[in-house]
Unconditional design. Structure first.
Length: 588
């Protein structure tokens, strides 16, 4: 049989030509192309890469994975791994179900049998719709696939059943709906326990059009990476400096299911947590932060776990429970690390980020920038379901909405509702423990500014704002507001900017508080919070409770003093904090 020119070139290079083959899955004959290097040997890796919609395996292999100098065949030959290009049914993939998951599993079993593939080094990727299939597989095959790659294929799922931290590489051009990529990656970044702040490498591999974003290492040392390609569209990058086939392999080869290094995870606090403290300059005190971790070693024992704040060692634990306490921390972003060392001296690192802030003004709506997510720091309840941030992937219920009308009062807003209609059974709160944020307020006078409207209430519904003690939800101050703008239940509707409202209140005692917004006490009442900020106008002197100077001791049990120790005789009292009978007295 006459060989094609391509076959001759491949044989000369030491490669077997790509072979088309079939396998029956669920009663259906399915096809794929497979590249097998000569002299492969045993226990070598396997990469499965899926084409996009209305494409096929041959197009993926011969068009998108080739340029004048590099081919996927050459990458396979150099690294000695098998590469399979499957064909979807009707040139498409089942991106939410199990039909093509079962196809991929069947390919794996056949490759293991035919080529003695190392089950610990199997990798999956795809382009466009094939990338969407890849994300679906993360939840269903994380115990089989060591690393995942998507090229221009958006995530259509969020972590729900992934059994472990999962390495992910996403490659996409900025001219290809790039704005939605990182929001889709955020749930996976959180799932992996990676830092929410990325490390950025500009001019990646010397290519001015490439920028690499790295989140991690997180739990078990895994990373989430985003390779950003300037002005590239919906296609595979084949630049000499950033050849996609090489990038995929160089990422995947770092991961194996059968690790010899120990596993370590930080279980608390959650990454992205915030500790916000309003207090006079020089008096800011943050709570102690307890860091807990789990660690094990599949082929030995964990000898110790070291805890770090940045590069500063906090504690060393040689037995469970593995925990440490960060005390006396200053306002800053802190990278907390747990480093596990096993009996062979091998190590693994888990990292999280927490932020300690000491503001005079805090914009509570600063993270209203991702549609269909609940921002970090926030908790919502609609009388049926409680949601906590950061979480995402919502298509209904309490969540951030993105408004796209030609004219709009704001671009993003937090939507919440009251399904049952009972009083205070529909709310959004900032500062609850399950939202991952602590809000500490010192005695003083504060101003809250907000812009609020209704979502789907043509007759409008009154909104109540409250400052509450965090532990018991006891109101310290409250204000009601009747919106005069209703967006109309469609995110593309135009609406004017709601008037800015002002809510002033006093805090008498240092403590942890929550900012709460309640929708009306009626069925399906709702609210959109578009902008919300908190400012400390002034702090009041602290420490005067008892032991006033002799000259200022109360003449009677009813005597009242200001915080300078002067007796106040004018009534009614002006707003502020006073001392009566050795105790603080708040006048509103």
């Amino acid at each position: 049989m006459k060989k094609t020119l391509l076959s001759i070139v491949l044989l000369a290079a030491g490669l077997m030509p790509a072979k088309a083959d079939n396998i029956t899955v669920g009663g259906t004959s399915r096809s794929y192309n497979v590249i097998v290097p000569k002299n492969l040997g045993e226990n070598r890796p396997l990469l499965i890469f899926c084409h996009g919609y209305n494409q096929d395996a041959g197009w993926m292999q011969n068009s998108e994975f080739k340029n004048d100098n590099v081919s996927m065949e050459a990458v396979c030959d150099t690294a000695k791994f098998v590469c399979v290009f499957p064909n979807g049914i009707d040139r498409a993939w089942d991106t939410g179900g199990n039909r093509d998951i079962n196809f991929i599993k069947a390919i794996i079993e056949k490759m293991v049998t035919q080529h003695k593939i190392d089950r610990n080094r199997i990798y999956l990727g795809g382009f466009s719709m094939g990338g969407m299939l890849t994300y679906n597989a993360i939840n269903k095959m994380a115990d089989i696939i060591a690393a995942f790659v998507s090229c221009s294929g958006p995530s259509v799922v969020t972590p729900s059943a992934a059994t472990r931290p999962v390495p992910i590489l996403h490659i996409q051009g900025t001219a290809d709906n790039f704005g939605g990529v990182q929001p889709a990656l955020n749930p996976w970044i959180k799932h992996n326990g990676c830092s929410t702040t990325d490390k950025v490498i500009n001019n990646y591999n010397g290519f001015s059009g490439a920028k690499l974003h790295i989140w991690g290492p997180g739990n078990d040392g895994v990373e989430v990476r985003l390779l950003e390609l300037k002005d590239k569209g919906h296609w595979i990058c084949k630049e000499p400096q950033v050849y996609t086939g090489k990038e995929i392999w160089n990422f995947c080869r770092r991961y194996s299911l059968n690790k010899t290094t120990p596993s370590v995870r930080i279980t608390s606090p959650a990454t992205g947590g915030k500790y916000v403290s309003f207090a006079p300059k020089g008096e800011v005190v943050f709570p102690d932060i307890t860091i807990t971790a789990t660690a094990d070693d599949a082929n030995g024992t964990v000898e110790k776990v070291d805890f770090y704040d940045g590069s500063t060692l906090i504690a060393t634990c040689t037995e469970q429970p593995y925990k440490a306490t960060l005390t006396g921390a200053m306002a800053a972003k802190h990278t907390l690390k747990a480093v596990a060392t096993d009996n062979d001296g091998e190590t693994s690192t888990a990292t999280i980020e927490v932020t300690l802030q000491a503001p005079t003004t805090l914009t509570l709506s600063t993270d209203f920038k991702e549609a269909n997510a609940l921002p970090a720091g926030w908790t919502t309840y609609d009388s049926s379901e409680r949601r906590t941030g950061y979480s995402s992937g919502y298509s209904s219920g309490c969540r951030v909405l993105q408004f796209t009308g030609a004219t709009k009062g704001f671009s993003y807003g937090l939507y919440f509702r009251n399904i049952g209609g009972k009083a205070r059974q529909g709310w959004a709160k900032y500062g609850l423990s399950d939202g991952g944020t602590t809000l500490s307020l010192a005695p003083g006078h504060y101003t809250m500014k907000y812009r609020i409207c209704n979502w789907n209430m043509s007759d409008f519904g009154q909104v109540e704002l409250r400052v509450e003690k965090r532990a018991a939800s006891t109101a310290i101050a409250s204000q009601t507001y009747m919106p005069d703008i209703n967006i109309g239940n469609v995110a593309s509707n135009s609406f004017k900017t709601p008037a800015q409202q002002t809510f002033e209140f006093d805090i008498a005692e240092q403590g942890d508080y929550a900012i709460a917004v309640y929708s009306a006490a009626s069925e399906w009442s709702d609210c959109i919070v578009g902008q919300l900020s908190l400012t400390a106008n002034s702090y009041l002197a602290t420490g005067i409770k008892e032991n006033l100077p002799t000259s200022h001791k109360p003449a009677s049990a009813g005597a009242v003093y200001d915080l300078s120790g002067r007796q106040v005789k004018n009534r009614p009292l002006a707003k502020g904090i006073y001392v009566k009978g050795g105790k603080k007295l708040l006048s509103r």
